[in-house]
Design a protein around this ligand. Sequence first.
Ligand SMILES: [Zn+2]
Ligand SMILES: [Zn+2]
Length: 543
Amino acid sequence: MREQELVGRERQTADFVLTEHQRSAASQLGAALGKPGIFFLGGPSGSGKSEVYERAIERALAGEKQILILVPQIDDANALIAPFARRFGVENLCILHSAISPAERAAVWRSVHEGRKKIIIATRSGVLAPFADLGLIVVEREHDDSFVEEQMPRYDAREAAIELSRLWSCPTILVDHIPSLRAYFQIREKQITLLPLPNPVKADRHEPTIKIIDLSSPHSRARGENLGDQLRYALEENIRAKRQAILILNRRGGGTLLCPDCGYTPKCPSCEVSLIWFEARKKLQCRQCGHTEDSPARCPSCLGPGLRVMRYGTQSLEQEVRAIVEKTFPQSAHLVGRLDADTAKDKKNVAQIHKDWDSGKMLVLVGTQLIGSRFASKSLGLVGVVSADSFLAAPHYRALENAFTDFADMSGLLTRAKPAGTLYIQTFRAEHPLFERLKHFDYQNFYEQELSERKKFHYPPFVRLLRVNITGGEPRREAAAVTEKLRGILPAGSEIIGPTPPAGTHDQWELLVKFATNAPIDSSSLRRAVGGAELDPDPAVRW
Ligand SMILES: [Zn+2]
Ligand SMILES: [Zn+2]
């Protein structure tokens, strides 16, 4: 158990007796070595996922094979070092991520290429390592967006891992508490084998409660602040009890309009995605097809006085929280921390946050989804989603899927809490069916509903999308030429949306290709058609 405290993740000892489900999963994985295949190892924290895949690692290692462990964040990679060194021997391990120096990287690549290092713990760029004899791939937190490289060369490490498993004839194990919608679809289509691990029945495990706070009721209105009354009281109570709390804002939030009375958000009439507000031009625009319109003078849904720009800042939230904490504990420092894209740049600062959090000195952590599973703690009593609407209204087709998995991750932070903690979700749309599904962790029915919408509006996983960005020279003329060439080579039934200039830009034009199916694309003829333009095969991620 001490190990668990140390590394903040579920671990069991090597002589741990497996449950029926764990044994079955472990033996299926053991039998899969030496063949290509994709598995989804799913279950809540404490269900023994790590123990099951670590046994597969043991077997691959015994066969002198290399094992690639992909994790979303550098933090996650660091958290694996100590337990992996103990179990598999430090001489077998190496680490690859963006924060190591070029010299270190070259040395690691050499040792991987020569087969001297067997276990490669890496963030997404690990898929590019020059393996000597790859025998197993593990992708931890499969549904995390961080596996997608958003700059050129663009790639999705999860997809690349699956391709590697084909090339090296070895299995890939996707690991998460619930699958992404894409994995769920592939499980349904029998392209992925599901290895489910059920909830552990343990006396020290407490299921978190999920409470949806309806911001449209007058008693809980936020009054221009981040925290409504209900969440504020809960936070104060939590602080008085000296329990830790995490408050989360959407890192991709903002930019859309919201009715403060009913939560209405304007959507594109043809794409079903939220429109983005461009202040400079006083226009709403669809990021996907370029459709523009004026902001309505009154809310079309409740006829309220008008829509507001959804804007939430981690800094203002931090100040609000600081004021609340200082009321109760006026003298202490380090009680409130902030972890977002800004503060995460400073490695010393992040290390200090971890230190203060682990020691229990830090009571409240404010930030974005960057607050990963590392912050799960026994004394965590409250996790608060400040605006669920910024998740629901994110301007892309994956908004609801991301909202569901993000909220599920957040409640996952509480599974080690003792006594049980509560996930509070503030929203104007408390009646949204997503919340009812979330409360019961009913991802199957949520995904089935979501898949039928995707099918209706021609979105992945039923079709492939491709964004083409054209910059430099005369982008408008160039975009028209590319569109013509594409029309000549695209399979029948494919659609080209655009070309349009994204709002606020003049030197860039974009077009979105919706392929008729999800069949693989012949990339060489595409490349010829688009010339030097930038291709983005997963355009939902960066919006
Ligand atoms: Zn549109
Ligand atoms: Zn309204």
